[in-house]
Design a protein around this ligand. Structure first.
Ligand SMILES: Cc1ncc(COP(=O)(O)O)c(C=O)c1O
Length: 377
């Protein structure tokens, strides 16, 4: 397990930032790398053709190693919705078949499915909030022969209740359903392996848990979809795009692997170096170690909640990094502003205060939160 890594960040001592699920800070080292990248645009003659291909290749390779994947299964995407949009073009869906989503799932992983369901006369089945927090049992119960797609996360974005994706993946394969995952709220801090889960598509934005820049993310595409339909037709996704002198020798074939699925301008010379710097840190620290450390913090949140009579999901249904402190009648509206005015930053989502701990947090942060909360209960 790791220790608190606050020294890697520029977080003042009087700030308690428990809101990585909204947006995480980048590492100080990434900011340095980013400054160099911005300055490089003053001198575009220093940006080489190799940078166009090398930067995304490095980012994809580092991301792949976090999820037990091959580098050529990864594409760079600008957002979760871009990746989900790609998945909707490539998952088979017939009239009357079901697309399963969770209640209150993040809209980027719902709207594209609603659109395609309308188009194909398919059905969206929304799993209601399970009273016992067991999404996995509810999902397994709902997946049947009429299911075409299961579209879900690993941790619910509002309160961190978790899904056992190994079990869900197995059931999907048994009934021939596709599995499309938005792991924007868990990748990097919750162990995940494409070898164990075998999703069709998996998308993760980088600006939250992956400590990356905005408008930059990753999509895993299973090899069985490598001949699929990309969301856009950009020049760099086509075969031989490395030869800038012959780009107008238009070509039908694409780059190999998941190469056709990259966004246009995949090389983003400013975002990519920042994202790469962060991915190197994840590979160095190890997702299992990060996750184990964060689990000690969310367990502490659970303990402190219990002490003041508030409840959280049971341990076995909680993600390691994200936890909702539930208020039966909704979170009183003054609580988040009161916390913010004391420089304690959390989000309110649904009926809970969402506490999102990352590697810069420690137990003293949690103590500060509860010192303020206990006066309000
Ligand atoms: C689960 C989840 N997915 C995706 C996003 C962001 O979506 P997009 O990248 O489409 O803006 C968020 C933002 O809060 C999120 O919580």
């Amino acid at each position: 397990m790791i220790d608190c890594q606050k020294h890697l960040f520029d977080i003042p001592d009087d700030v308690t930032y428990l809101n990585a699920a909204y947006m995480a800070p980048i590492l100080k080292s990434s900011a340095q790398v980013g400054k160099v990248a911005v300055a490089q645009k003053l001198h575009p003659w220093e940006i080489t053709i190799d940078d166009f291909f090398g930067l995304p290749k490095t980012a994809c390779g580092l991301f792949a190693s976090l999820i037990d994947s091959a580098e050529d299964c990864i594409a760079i995407v600008p957002s979760a919705s871009y990746g989900v949009g790609t998945a909707t073009k490539n998952c088979k869906l017939e009239k009357g078949q079901k697309i399963i989503v969770l209640a209150d799932q993040f809209p980027s992983h719902v709207y594209p499915w609603q659109e395609v369901a309308r188009d194909k006369d398919a059905i969206i089945e929304t799993i209601p909030w399970p009273a016992d927090d067991d999404w996995t049992a509810a999902l397994l119960n709902a997946i049947d022969q009429t299911t075409a797609v299961v579209a879900c996360p690993q941790a619910h974005w509002t309160n961190g209740t978790s899904v056992d994706l190994v079990a869900v993946g197995k059931k999907c394969r048994a009934v021939g359903a596709a599995l499309v995952l938005d792991l924007t709220q868990s990748l990097g801090v919750m162990p995940f392996s494409v070898k164990d889960v075998d999703p069709d598509f998996m998308i993760a934005g980088s600006y939250k848990w992956l400590l990356g820049p905005y408008s930059y993310g990753y999509m895993y595409v299973a090899p069985r979809h490598h001949n699929g339909i990309p969301l856009e037709e950009n020049w760099i996704a086509r075969k031989d795009s490395e030869d800038f002198s012959r780009l107008v020798d238009y070509k039908d074939p694409y780059q190999p692997g998941a190469g056709r699925f990259h966004m246009g301008e995949k090389s983003n010379f400013i975002n990519a170096p920042i994202a790469i710097d962060a991915l190197k840190k994840f590979n160095e620290l190890g997702v299992d170690n990060i996750s184990a450390y964060l689990k000690t913090l969310t367990n502490y949140v659970a303990e402190k909640s219990d002490e003041i009579g508030l409840n959280v999901a049971r341990d076995k249904f909680r993600a390691p990094h994200l936890i909702g402190i539930n208020f039966k009648d909704g979170v009183p509206s003054h609580i988040a502003p009161m916390l913010a005015s004391n420089k304690v930053f959390v989000s309110v989502r649904g009926q809970s205060i969402r506490v999102a701990t990352h590697i810069y947090n420690d137990k003293a942060d949690i103590d500060r939160l509860f010192t303020l909360l206990q006066n309000e209960i």
